[in-house]
Design a protein around this ligand. Structure first.
Ligand code: NAD
Length: 327
């Protein structure tokens, strides 16, 4: 357990780097494996780094032989839904071919614990809310389908080869390290909180709300924002669970609390004390009205409790974005 080496694939990215921070705090040695297509070298602060691509089997074998990790956390992926519609080939290459290559290398190296970053986007349009893990999985875009394909492979590997994994389906990852050392930094940025904060900082003209006629308490979409350090904590618990011999399982990671876009924007105005222009435009294709997690299973299996609320999410994000010059 503590003291063990964990290979953090995609560890130079947003969620992976926060997980490295938490792993190090809990006594693990995080080794980052990243091709830096979207990651940041300055986010690698808590352990060694190995540059490489998950589609490169020889490089994976070399790194696994060198570091002999007890577990692999797999964050590496192309993540932007809009890009997945424009260039599905790149998404299948990276997220499916790359992940299957990583899984083959992991099996060959005898890895006993594998944690996979999945998403609530694998559910598709919600039939019932809050969503539990038994909800049908009918993703509606190539990004969601690449994640669903990997989930199915992991389920088959568990059933027929005994390869054990935890699939973590995140809702909306948000917030940053409270000390402001790392934070959310995607290129291009498409996530609501950094976009609204940038509007408050005057780095973009304003914030566009897509749809204000949804059947919700104020007409705007409802999302479940989960602090990135709560996600990180769940990953460490998932590693410990698998190293203790836990069975393969898929778990939702969300707070169970929904926030409308309007509520989010007023919380950001309150923290930043800087009002910014908001434009209401038509609905965007593919947006669900409400995405909120039922997180009972993660609480029960991992003993996980999300600790940070929306105000801590926004305060930590504001702290990072207002101090960083990355834009
Ligand atoms: N951000 C969210 O709200 C959210 C929600 C649900 C699921 N997820 C999933 O969580 C994971 C991490 O997301 P993030 O927001 O930290 O994204 P990110 O882009 O910040 O991090 C991904 C990292 O993977 C690396 N990478 C990509 N392709 C690679 C390859 N072929 N080989 C090696 N490294 C590669 C990138 O350089 C980057 O450092 C992704 O798998 C994403 O699908 C994110």
């Amino acid at each position: 357990m503590a003291g063990e080496t964990v290979l953090v694939v995609g560890g130079a990215g947003y969620i992976g780097s926060h997980t490295c921070l938490d792993l190090a705090n809990k006594g693990f040695v995080p080794v980052v494996f990243d091709n830096f297509s979207n990651g940041h070298r300055e986010f690698v602060k808590w352990g060694p780094v190995e540059e490489g691509d998950i589609r490169d089997r020889a490089r994976l074998d070399e790194v696994l032989a060198k570091h002999k990790p007890a577990a692999i956390l797999h964050f590496a992926a192309l993540i932007e839904v809009g890009e997945s519609v424009k260039d599905p080939v790149a998404f299948y290459e990276n997220n499916v071919v790359g992940t299957l290559t990583l899984l083959a290398a992991a099996q060959n190296a005898g890895i006993k614990a594998f944690v996979f970053s999945s998403t609530c986007a694998t559910y598709g349009l919600p039939q019932t809310v809050p969503l539990d893990e038994g909800h049908q999985q009918v993703p509606i875009n190539p990004y969601g389908r690449t994640k669903h394909i990997v989930e199915q492979a992991l389920s088959d590997y568990a059933q027929y080869t005994g390869f054990r994994s935890v699939i973590l389906r995140y809702f909306n990852a948000a917030g940053a390290d409270f000390e402001g050392r790392i934070g959310e930094w995607h290129q291009p940025e498409t996530h609501a909180i950094p976009l609204a904060i940038d509007a408050a900082l005057g780095r973009r003209q304003g914030f566009k709300v897509f749809g204000s006629d949804y059947d919700t308490r104020d007409g705007t979409c409802v999302r479940d924002y989960i602090h990135v350090l709560d996600l990180a904590d769940a990953h460490v618990r998932a590693v410990e669970y698998l190293l203790r011999g836990g069975e393969s399982i898929a778990l939702n990671l969300g707070t169970g609390t929904g926030t409308t876009v309007k509520e989010l924007l007023s919380a950001i105005e309150e923290v930043s004390e800087r009002p910014f222009p908001v434009e209401y435009v038509g609905r965007r294709e593919g947006d669900s009205t409400t995405l909120v997690a039922n997180n009972d299973k993660a609480r029960e299996i991992l003993g996980w409790v999300p600790k940070h609320d929306l105000s801590q999410i926004i305060r930590s994000a504001w702290n990072w974005h207002s101090k960083s010059n990355h834009h």
